[in-house]
Ligand binder design. Structure first.
Ligand SMILES: [Zn+2]
Ligand SMILES: [Zn+2]
Length: 345
């Protein structure tokens, strides 16, 4: 089969490799659509601890079952499926405490290789995180199951009420997925970004307010405690940090109202550090909350949302490329052109 191998940062090669054969409990899936993701882009730009090189990569996908190993229940050849690329072990201390997203083994047992003709799903994933794709859902939209699960994990634990005002910092694909999900909850949402083009898309997707950020300092072009358009509330109820830049992690605290919550979604480069004003965190009772990956519950919720067919996530796809032109898609992303590309074998 043909598979894209990321050889080193900046270099992707399409190679002929052996098509895997499903053993007991495994499923071989013919990829219909795979999506580029910020994690893939990080790997392409500077390498990534979760993506070994040289190796296959790509982890957002949907497809058709090509072959099943013995003992697979609930799925057969020809079934159209959507899946995520990891599942918890259910045995480690974190799993036992219910922190399935933090499972000690979840990263070591994940599968990669969606920018290929086929991908092999392992049994622990099939048992927890593989679903039948409804006919009315496109393969493209179905491929959003993985990133949407991450965003569900970020938003669902919060008690967001109608009219709550959120700020999303960073209008990349993940920031815009936050926007779409928050708007579906009737929340008010502001979006900030350096790029005007991304703010234009945010507006189209229903942002109530878009705020350009300063390209030098990354700070919003509003003072830290402005009179907000929602009438007197000083600052946002929630801020979602979706840039993965330490200076934005630091600045984002300034845009919260007292008692507000900051969700730290964007992962920064290893070894980076941030500093916060202790008075702000303590006397204003600010909550800082990390959000990483997803639990099987999050995946189920994301699946349900996709099946309802109301989110229209295909709007985040900037273009389509063949397996042969995967490198081109990443070159575009690295130049900041486009949000997310579909790789269609
Ligand atoms: Zn992803
Ligand atoms: Zn575990």
């Amino acid at each position: 089969m043909l598979a894209n191998i990321i050889v080193k940062p900046g270099r992707i090669e399409l190679r002929e490799i052996k098509t895997p054969k499903p053993s007991n409990g495994e499923i071989l899936v013919k990829i219909k659509v795979a999506l580029t993701c910020g994690t893939d882009l990080k790997a392409f730009l500077r390498g990534h601890p979760m993506i070994p090189m040289p190796g296959v990569f790509g982890h957002e996908f949907s497809g058709i079952i090509e072959d099943t190993g013995r003992g697979v229940k609930g799925f057969k050849k020809g079934d159209e499926i959507m899946a995520v690329h990891s599942a918890p072990c259910n045995k480690c201390v974190f799993c036992k405490k219910g922190f399935y997203n933090l499972c000690e083994n979840i990263m070591d047992t994940k599968i990669l290789g969606a920018f290929s003709e086929y991908i092999l799903l392992s049994s622990h994933i099939i048992k927890q995180n593989v679903f039948h794709k409804p006919k009315n859902l496109s393969f493209e939209e179905a491929a959003f199951l993985e990133p949407l699960s991450c965003v569900v994990h970020s938003i669902e634990p919060l008690d967001i009420k109608k009219g709550d005002f959120s700020l999303i910092m960073g209008a990349g694909p993940i920031g815009l997925l936050h926007l779409i999900l928050l708007k579906s909850k009737k929340a008010k949402v502001a979006v900030s970004d350096i790029k005007r083009e991304r703010l234009r898309i945010a507006k189209e997707l229903g942002a109530d307010l878009v705020i350009p950020s300063d390209p030098i300092t990354s700070f919003l072009k509003i003072p830290p405690s402005p009179p907000f358009p929602n009438g007197g509330v000083e600052g946002f109820d929630y801020v979602f940090e979706c840039t993965g830049k330490p200076e934005i992690w630091e600045a984002s605290v300034n845009y919260l109202r007292r008692g507000g919550t900051l969700i730290l979604f964007g992962g920064c480069e290893k070894g980076t550090k941030v500093t916060y004003d202790t008075y702000r965190l303590h006397y204003d009772e600010i909550t800082l909350k990390g959000a990483f990956h997803y639990t099987p519950d999050d995946v189920k919720k994301a699946y349900k949302l996709l099946c309802e067919g109301k989110l229209g996530l295909s709007r985040l796809i900037s273009g389509r490329y063949s397996l042969r032109n995967t490198q081109e898609a990443f070159v575009k992303l690295s130049k900041g052109i486009g949000l997310k590309y579909a790789i269609v074998p």
